[in-house]
Design a binder for this molecule. Structure first.
Ligand code: SF4
Length: 114
């Protein structure tokens, strides 16, 4: 089973309701739905914090402390498809930065649930 880390928009997770980080990404990973081709084990769930500079070190710390390097890193759908968008970066730029710094493939979005 693939091991994945998920990055959520911390601003939305702190202010939203009805999911932010509570179940949609986890359900999609568990069932192999949305952008997951098959069920995957979520081995880390990291909150981006404005302005986004902590994401890479937080992912590194999660991998170090858990002693599990994820096979892929997913940006949550609420981060990847945010409207209005993040004022600091685009999801594409954030994904490219994470991919460059971690050497791990980054996928934009997790689920298509409403
Ligand atoms: S920097 Fe952007 S993606 Fe990260 S928490 Fe702030 S608004 Fe969300």
């Amino acid at each position: 089973m693939e091991k994945v880390a998920v990055v959520g928009c911390g601003s939305y997770m702190d202010q939203g309701y009805g999911c932010p980080g509570e179940w949609r990404c986890l359900k999609a990973a568990a069932l192999g739905e949305g952008n997951f081709d098959e069920p995957a084990a979520v081995v880390a769930f990291v909150k981006c914090e404005c302005p986004g500079r902590t994401v890479v070190p937080a992912l590194g710390m999660a991998a170090k402390l858990s002693e599990i390097k994820p096979d892929k890193i997913y940006l949550s759908s609420c981060l990847a498809n945010a409207k209005p968008g993040c004022p600091y970066t685009s999801a594409q730029d954030l994904a490219a930065l994470i991919q460059e710094k971690t050497g791990t493939q980054v996928v934009l979005g997790t689920h298509e649930y409403h």
